[in-house]
Design a protein around this ligand. Sequence first.
Ligand SMILES: [Zn+2]
Length: 391
Amino acid sequence: MLNELPVDELTNEDAAEWVRFFTQLERLASYGTAICAGRVAETGHPKGATTPVSQWLAEERGESAARSRTILKTAARLKELSATREAFRSGALSASQATKVARAAALDPSAEESLLETAYRGSVPALHGQVQRIVDEAARPKDDAEAAARAKRANLRRYLHFWRDSDGGCRFSGRLAEEEGELFRRTIEDESRRMLSIAAPRARLADALGQIVGERRHARRRTQSAAIVRVDVKALRRGHARDGEICEVPGVGPIDAKTALELLGETMAYLLITDGVDVKALCHLGDGLPLAMEIALEERDSACVVPDCGEWQYLSLLRWRTDQPPGSPVTLADFCRLCRHHRYYVDRFGFRLRGGPGAWELRAPETAEDRHRSGTEPPHEARPPPQARDG
Ligand SMILES: [Zn+2]
């Protein structure tokens, strides 16, 4: 049949129709493979095979043993999950959807129906998220003994592995016990916040790791800790916060204004004085103005500054005012935080930010008309110059 399919002559619509047909065929084949492989596993080894059934299946299919084990696990789970089995059999689920639904529904059978509904809607991230929540919930320890056993397992599985990629880059992967992992992550994130860098967030984390390792090698010591306090101007003046006023350590919770002031007397404390949503001023003690600036920026631009964007993850720092004469002092107002998407607009397509805090505007590359209207020269640099790090 495929020999006779005149692929090169198909219209776009016909080709799409064939894709639907073959997808359906593939789903049915996946279902058939799964249940029959399950039957093979139940009834012993196929004639002549000396390896485990998963290995035999891997060789039959020319796939990895891990994938074969997944098929066998799904087949076994489908025996108890009639709705999922029926959905898979009728071609309503792909093999990957059936695998995910079966995995989660086996842990929480009451969720089977809602998992299937998510799968029918076709959003891969939504299904993945729902499955992950169920798996996480099932893995949550019920008591201290379970928690200890779980921590012990995580610790037993710890490893760090290095290899080299084709460009000579050092790659690594690893697993740490929960507490050590959290400490590791936070140490690197803290370090990356100390750097005033325009590198992409992930690159900056890598730089932070490099920085920590470098410092260790040079046995240099420096202060690691900082405390951040958010407090309303009025509360600070009065000495205590009233309803609706903010006086807190972000991530920890509310504190009284007196404690806030005491905390300021400690080694390194940064105080962000807020008035409504705007960061009005920033005091810092100790060294590291860049860190102080970055904290203030995180506070001021808690999401991408482009109006209506609202993205709050993977923000990067942009020096948006590029029309300053060289050598002029760096101020908070020169910077803003942008999401990856809008950062790409700026770096790749020459979009520019205008307006400043409270009046942000993302403009397409300037035309002669814009320049005439605003009376400014076009920005000549696509990227701001790298900034010095503190320390
Ligand atoms: Zn954005």
